[in-house]
Write a protein that binds this ligand. Structure first.
Ligand code: COA
Length: 326
């Protein structure tokens, strides 16, 4: 039984926040942000736009490309660190918006690696015969948990969503493997201290001590990210008897241009085989890889038989890879 990507979609807020505009919010500069991260601008959700808004639109576009009706979907897996509500799952809200009445729907928490973890879970459902058509979505409105007074973090993130339809099928085009990893000993290097059971949003200290915002040890995260993405990529190559020269395109999680370049260099993947769009969107966490994949797909950058390697890293730490024979 093969597992095929039959549709991709993405949805982004209309509002663009440039580095020049950030210069007016915090003590930073376009030059600093560009040289340290590669990011030039990011998208920011408007009032009345939520994680479910972009998730549903990205999902609708992916279903349209796949030629799959919402009621044919067996499962919706939505990855996010910025759900509409702590409960119910944003996946259930998206199910309602799309009219995917026959789907089971749940959210998945694996921070920036959530989309790859979602692909991995979906793969198991499909190979076991438990589902035939699955919608996987990564969607984030990070602008609502970013501290707009903290120049260390606020310049990095953006909002948006990406989605794929994964189906059980015969035929050559297929998902070759997924690999997922967790290293919980570093959970406190990148996290949101408040809003959960440790620092409830209902406690005034949580707000007074600014615990509702993303907090990060940037330098440590950087080093771990490069090592972990290399490890996840090598695992995927080894499992399929491939070498870096076999890879047609690498889509890494779009966190920082320097992390991406260092990872590609360690793997021996040259810049022509590396896809980046973080200059436009910043780090959109679990949405970053499916947004990039949708752009690659719609631009026709992959040909049948091409090997596509996707690799992610994020809070947890959680990291992983997915390898596709296009
Ligand atoms: N504008 C200007 N200066 C800034 C700044 C900004 N937006 N953000 C931080 N600085 C300052 C720091 O305060 C520090 O100043 P100091 O030396 O006076 O204390 C200086 O720049 C250097 O900071 P440093 O942390 O050494 O910079 P860096 O080269 O490591 O880059 C990051 C910082 C955050 C860009 C980088 O560490 C990074 O990208 N880490 C990974 C983050 C990430 O991707 N997280 C998500 C993973 S999924």
């Amino acid at each position: 039984m093969n597992v095929r990507i039959t549709g991709t979609g993405s949805a982004l807020p209309g509002k663009i926040l440039t580095n020049a505009e950030l210069e007016r919010l915090v003590d930073t500069s376009d030059e600093w942000i560009t040289t340290r991260t590669g990011i030039k601008e990011r998208r920011i959700a408007a009032e009345g736009e939520y994680t479910s808004t972009f998730a549903a639109e990205a999902g609708r576009r992916a279903l349209e490309m796949a030629g799959v009706k919402p009621e044919e979907i067996d499962l919706i897996i939505l990855s996010t660190v910025t759900p509409d509500f702590p409960f119910p799952s944003t996946a259930c809200i998206v199910q309602d918006i799309l009219g995917a009445t026959n789907a089971t729907a749940f959210d998945l928490s694996a921070a920036c690696s959530g989309f790859i973890f979602g692909m991995s879970v979906a793969e198991k459902y499909l190979r076991s015969g438990a589902a035939r058509k699955i919608l996987i979505i990564g969607s984030e409105v990070l602008s609502r948990i970013v501290d707009w007074q903290d120049r260390n973090t606020c310049v990095l993130f953006g909002d948006g969503a990406g989605a794929v339809v994964l189906e059980a099928s015969e035929g050559a085009h297929s998902l070759l493997s997924t690999h997922t990893f967790s290293n919980g000993s570093y959970w406190n290097l990148l996290y949101q201290p408040g809003s959960g059971s440790r620092n409830p949003a209902t406690d005034s200290h949580t707000i007074d001590e600014r615990k509702l915002y993303v907090t990060m040890e940037g330098n440590d995260v950087f080093k771990h990210a490069v090592r972990a993405m290399e490890e996840a990529a090598v695992k995927a190559l080894d499992a399929n008897g491939l070498s870096p020269s076999d890879i047609s395109l690498l889509i890494p999680h779009q966190a920082n241009r320097r992390i991406i370049d260092a990872t590609a260099k360690r793997l021996g993947v040259d810049s022509e085989r590396l896809f980046t769009n973080l200059q436009h969107y910043g780090n959109t966490s679990s949405a970053s890889i499916p947004i990039a994949l949708d752009e690659v797909n719609r631009q026709g950058l992959l040909k049948p038989g091409n090997k596509l390697l996707m690799v992610a890293f994020g809070g947890g730490f959680a990291y992983g890879s997915a390898l596709v024979n296009w």
